[in-house]
Design a protein. Structure first.
Length: 183
């Protein structure tokens, strides 16, 4: 099986762009209006600032995501000599901290390694035999980039990933093959 990476073209859709423009622009419009005592000029200035901010984010997010993916994909561990089926940048939740790092899926394990710029540096190795299931979730209840891995022990591991649905499909597919070979 050829290795897939969860790197995609990281774009900000028109809907997300509009959301960013309004999310930033409306509060700024209120602040500018209160500062200058003129709602028309203040709201116009705030919405202009929101459009500027959203446009800057639309161009900088893809650049930053591609830079981070390239930066963290270089330091691949040995992974017990197994082939990589799927990989990508991820945040692993340890308590309240979303620990940044990289996640790899092999025919025998799901493996996370944090990068050095975290408070809680760690590695998390989950053999496929210990994984009960995986599901795509929404981070903060609204962003479709969450990955929940349920373990046989009853505990769960939560991640933020790109292409969370593809991660779930890849994990469940690798687990099915692993379980069939173990019989």
């Amino acid at each position: 099986m050829k290795s897939k990476t969860s790197t995609s073209t990281h774009t900000v859709s028109a809907k997300q762009w509009l959301f960013l423009a309004l999310l930033f622009g409306l509060p700024m419009g209120v602040v500018y209006s209160l500062q200058h005592g003129n709602w028309v000029i203040g709201m116009g200035s705030g919405l202009f600032a929101g459009v500027f901010f959203a446009t800057a984010m639309r161009w900088s997010i893809p650049w930053f995501a591609a830079r981070q993916i390239k930066r963290f994909s270089v330091d691949r561990p040995a992974l017990d000599g197994e082939a990589v089926l799927f990989e990508g940048p991820a945040n692993h939740f340890k308590g309240a901290e979303g620990v940044g790092g990289y996640l790899w899926l092999t025919p025998g394990q799901l493996f996370f390694r944090s990068h050095r710029l975290n408070i809680q540096n760690h590695e998390c190795k989950m053999p496929l035999s210990e994984i009960a299931g995986a599901e795509a979730t929404k981070t903060l209840g609204m962003i479709s980039n969450g990955l929940l891995v349920r373990l046989v022990s009853g505990s769960t591991e939560r991640f933020v990933v790109n292409k969370n649905v593809e991660w779930v499909e890849s994990i469940l597919g690798a687990k099915a093959i692993h379980d069939a070979q173990a019989r």
